[in-house]
Design a protein around this ligand. Sequence first.
Ligand code: C2E
Ligand code: MG
Ligand code: MG
Ligand code: MG
Length: 288
Amino acid sequence: ETKARNKGGCTAFESEMDARYLDRQKLKSDLREALNANGLSLSYQPMFTPDGSRIECCEALARWTHPERGPVPPNVFIQLAEEMGLVTHITRYVLRQACRDCTNWPSDMSVSVNLSVLDLRGDEIVSMVTEALKETGLDPARLHLEVTESCLMDEPAKVQGILSDLHERGITIAIDDFGTGYSSLSYLDTLPAGIIKIDRSFVRNIREDARRFKLLRGTVNLARALGLKTVVEGVETADQLQLINEFNCADLIQGFVFAAPMPASAIDALCKQGARKRTTKSSSQRIA
Ligand code: C2E
Ligand code: MG
Ligand code: MG
Ligand code: MG
C-alpha cells in the first residue's frame, strides 16, 4: 500500500513534468508549422509626443494566434523560437512586414523592430536589414531597431561592431527596457544608440514612490545630456501622464494611456485622421 502511494505520488509529479514538457514540445512543433505557413502577424503600438498630438514611431510587435489555444504571448513564443534556433526567421518576417507597412505612413513616422539577442550573435542581421530596406524602398532613417541591455552584455565587441555598422547605414538603435539590466549610461555612451526606452517598472508607482520617480527623472535628464532621446514605456493612466508632463520627463510616450498595440489597418486609419486634422487646421488658417 505504501509502495503504491509512493509510486502514485511520484507518478503524479512525473506526469506533471511530462505534461509541461510535452506541452512545450507540442507548442514548439505548432510554432514551427505556423512559421512555415506564414502564420504570424504584426501589431503596432504608437509612440506619441508627450501632448499626444503626434505619432513619431510605431513599434512592431509579433503576434501568434494558436488555432486551439488562441493568442500566445510573444514573450512565450519568442523564447520557444530562440530555443529552436528559429528566432531569426521571425526577425526576418517582422523586418520585411514592418518596413513595408511603414512605407504607407506619413514620411515623418518611423517604425521600430525588436531584435533578439540571438540575432546579434549570428552573422545575418546586417544583410537581413539592408535587404528589407532595399526590398521595400524604406528610408533607413525611418527604421529603428530595439535591443535590450542583456543583448549588449552578451558579446560586447561583436555587438558593438554590428550596431555601429547599422548606425552607419542610417538606422537608429534604441535600448529597450532600460534600467532593468546592468548597463550604465556611461557604458551606453560608448554605443551608437540614439534612443533609450525606459522600462515601465519606473512608471508604475510614480505617484506613490517618490524615489522611483526621481530615478525616472534623473535617467531622462542624464540621457538627454548625452544627446539621447527618451521613450517612457508603459504609461497607463492619465495621472501618470500628467505627472510625467508636469516634470517634462519624456520625449516620447508609449503606453495604454494613448494607445494599445493595434493592427496595421488601425494605424493607417489613425494616420488619415491626423492628416485630416492637419488639413482642416491649415485650411482654417488660410481662411483666417
Ligand atoms: P517590449 O519590446 O518591451 O514591448 C512592449 C510590451 O509592453 C508589449 O507587450 C506591449 O503590448 C506592452 N505594453 C505597452 N504599453 C503598455 C502599458 O501601458 N502597460 C502594460 N502593462 N504593457 C504595455 P507584448 O506585445 O506582449 O510584447 C512583449 C515582449 O515580447 C516585447 O517587449 C518584446 O520583448 C517581445 N517581442 C514582441 N515582438 C517581438 C518581435 O517581433 N521580436 C522579438 N525579438 N521580440 C518581440
Ligand atoms: Mg520593444
Ligand atoms: Mg520595451
Ligand atoms: Mg518591456
